[in-house]
Ligand binder design. Structure first.
Ligand code: ADP
Ligand code: MG
Length: 482
C-alpha cells in the first residue's frame, strides 16, 4: 500500500529580551542555579505578573514578517498542570485568543537525489506568547534531583503550523527557514544548544487516496535539524509498519533517542481540556493598536524574500544564487559588503557561497568569525579581474589569507603566483609544448577535440600554472589553425 505523510510543527522560540515575560528578573543563560529566580519565578503568594513590552514587540514583529493577522485583543490564559519545575501549578500561555493569527512562510526545499529543489508555502496556524518553565537538574547532588528556576518565566513565542509538510525534508526545510527568519528579524538568538529554538514535530500517515488524516504522534523537543530528520524518518516507518501489521496508532507524546535513532512513547497525549484553561485574572487582555504595529514595522529589516528579489534585479544574480545568499542575513551582508568593496557581483556570490561557506562549515564557524573579511575577499577578486592571478592561484591565496598569512598582494608576491600575461613569453612556452607533443597536435588536427585541452594543460604545466589561461587558449588556437 502507498502511504502519505503529514507533519505539523510547534516551535518554541525564546525571545530576545533582557528580562522575563512577567517580571524584571534576568534571562541571561548560564547563571548559577536559582540566582535569577525572583519572587514571581518561584510563585510566592501575592505576587503579580507584569507583562514585558519587549516580548510583545517581538511577537508583533514576527506576525508582520509572516503577513499574519495580529490580534487587536488577545488574552493570557492559565494552563494548569503539576510538575516540580512549575511552582505556580499553571503556565501562563495564550489559548483561545493568541496574539498572532494565520500567516504563511514560503520555504525552499532543497534537491534530494533525483528530486529537484522546489518552493512551498507552509501555513502558520497561530503564534502565541507564553512563559517557559524551570528545569529539573539530575545528578548535581548525589542521589537527588534539584530544581533550577532561572528559566521559569523566560518569554517564548510558540509558532504552530498547519499539518502542511509532507516529508522529513520539507519539515527540516521549514524549521531551518524559520530558524533563520527569527534571527533575521532579531527576535531570537537561534542558539539551539541552549534551547532558544526547539521543535515539537507532529507526524501522522494515511493510506494514499483516503480523506481523513491519520492519528498523530508528537515528537517532543528536537533541538537539532539532524535529529529532526532522523526522528521523522524513523517515526514514519514505525507508523506505516504498525498499521501494515494490523495495529493502531494511539495519540501519544514520544521522545527521540539520538543514540538508538528510535522514538519511544513517553505518555499518552493529554487533551486541551485536561489543562482546564481559563483566562488569567491577574492579567489584562493584551491590546495592540495600529500605531503599535506601525512602530514595529518601522524597525523591520528588509526581509529575505524582498532581498532575494532585489539581488536578482540589482546584481543580475540567478534566482538560485539569490535565494542561497539570503538563507542567512550574515551571509547576505557579507556578499553585499564584498560587492561594495569593488568586487564583481557574480564572482562575489560564487566565492561567498563556495570557498567561504565551505571553509566556515568545515570549521563550524559563523561568518562573523571568518578569517577572510569581505574587504579581503574583494581585494582577491579584483586581482582575478585585473588578470594578476588565475582562478587557481586565487584559491591558494585564499587558503593563505584564511591562515592569516597576510594581505592579498603580499601573498601573491611571496608565493610567486603572479600570472604570466606577457604574450611573448607565453608564445615561447607554447612553441616548446607544440614541438614536444607532436602526437597530440596530430590527434587534434584529426578531429580529436580533447587533444586541445591536453595541450592547454601541458602549456599551463610548463608555465608552472602561471600563464593566463585565456591567453594560452587564444594563442594555442591561433597556432593550431595555421
Ligand atoms: P495540541 O495543541 O493538542 O498539540 P493542535 O491541534 O494545536 O494540538 O496541533 C498541534 C500540531 O499538530 C499542529 O502543528 C498541527 O498542524 C499538527 N497536527 C494536527 N493534526 C495532525 C495530524 N493528523 N497529522 C500531523 N500533524 C497534525
Ligand atoms: Mg501543542
Amino acid at each position: 500500500m502507498e502511504w502519505e505523510v503529514f507533519i505539523g510543527l510547534e516551535t518554541h522560540t525564546q525571545l530576545q529580551t533582557n528580562t522575563k515575560i512577567f517580571s524584571g528578573a534576568s534571562v541571561k543563560y548560564g547563571a548559577e542555579p536559582n540566582t535569577q529566580a525572583c519572587e514571581v519565578s518561584i510563585a510566592l503568594p501575592g505576587v503579580l505578573p507584569v507583562l514585558n513590552k519587549q516580548a510583545v514587540h517581538c511577537a508583533i514583529k514576527f506576525g508582520l514578517a509572516i503577513n499574519a493577522e495580529i490580534a487587536p485583543r488577545s488574552v493570557f490564559a492559565r494552563k494548569n498542570y503539576f510538575y516540580p519545575d512549575l511552582p505556580k501549578g499553571y503556565q501562563i500561555s495564550q489559548f483561545e485568543l493568541p496574539v498572532v493569527g494565520k500567516g504563511a512562510v514560503t520555504i525552499q526545499v532543497p534537491a534530494v537525489g533525483k528530486n529537484a529543489a522546489y518552493e512551498k508555502v507552509v501555513n502558520i496556524t497561530r503564534a502565541h506568547l507564553e512563559e517557559d518553565a524551570g528545569k529539573s537538574v539530575h545528578g548535581a547532588v548525589e542521589g537527588m534531583s534539584g530544581i533550577d528556576l532561572n528559566r521559569a518565566g523566560t518569554p517564548l513565542l510558540e509558532i504552530v503550523t498547519e499539518p502542511d509538510m509532507r516529508s522529513a525534508a520539507e519539515a527540516v526545510a521549514y524549521a531551518k527557514q524559520l530558524h533563520e527568519l527569527v534571527q533575521w528579524i532579531g527576535i531570537c538568538d537561534g542558539n539551539m544548544q541552549e534551547g532558544s529554538f526547539r521543535c515539537d514535530v507532529n507526524v501522522s500517515v494515511r493510506p494514499k487516496g483516503t480523506e481523513k488524516l491519520g492519528t498523530r504522534r508528537e515528537i517532543k523537543n528536537l533541538n537539532s535539524f539532524k535529529f529532526m530528520q532522523q526522528a521523522i524518518e524513523y517515526e514514519t516507518r514505525w507508523q506505516i509498519e504498525t498499521l501494515e501489521d494490523g495495529g493502531t496508532i494511539h495519540q501519544a507524546t514520544v521522545l527521540f533517542n539520538p543514540d538508538t535513532g528510535e522514538t519511544r512513547a513517553m505518555r499518552s497525549k493529554e487533551e486541551a481540556n485536561d489543562y482546564r484553561y481559563f483566562p488569567d485574572p491577574d492579567l489584562l487582555p493584551l491590546v495592540i493598536t495600529e500605531a503599535d504595529k506601525a512602530l514595529v514595522q518601522a524597525e523591520m529589516p528588509e526581509l529575505p524574500e524582498a532581498m532575494k528579489a532585489r539581488f536578482e534585479t540589482q546584481y543580475g544574480l540567478s534566482g538560485y544564487d539569490a535565494s542561497a545568499l539570503t538563507t542567512s542575513r550574515e551571509l547576505a551582508d557579507y556578499f553585499v559588503a564584498t560587492v561594495n568593496a569593488g568586487a564583481d557581483a557574480k564572482q562575489a556570490a560564487n566565492w561567498a557561497m563556495g570557498s567561504v561557506s565551505a571553509k566556515l562549515n568545515s570549521e563550524d564557524k559563523p561568518i562573523s568569525a571568518s578569517p577572510v573579511s569581505a574587504l579581503q575577499l574583494a581585494q582577491l577578486l579584483k586581482r582575478i579581474a585585473d588578470n594578476t592571478i588565475s582562478n587557481n592561484a586565487a584559491k591558494q591565496v585564499f587558503e593563505a589569507m584564511w591562515n592569516a598569512e597576510g594581505d592579498v598582494d603580499v601573498i601573491i608576491e611571496a608565493k610567486g603566483l603572479k600570472q604570466e600575461s606577457d604574450s611573448g613569453a607565453i608564445e615561447v612556452i607554447i612553441d616548446e609544448v607544440l614541438a614536444a607533443n607532436a602526437a597530440m597536435v596530430d590527434e587534434f588536427k584529426a578531429g580529436k577535440e580533447k587533444a586541445f585541452n591536453a595541450l592547454v594543460g601541458q602549456a599551463m604545466k610548463a608555465s608552472k600554472g602561471k600563464a593566463n589561461p585565456a591567453q594560452v587558449n587564444d594563442i594555442l588556437k591561433r597556432k593550431l589553425s595555421v
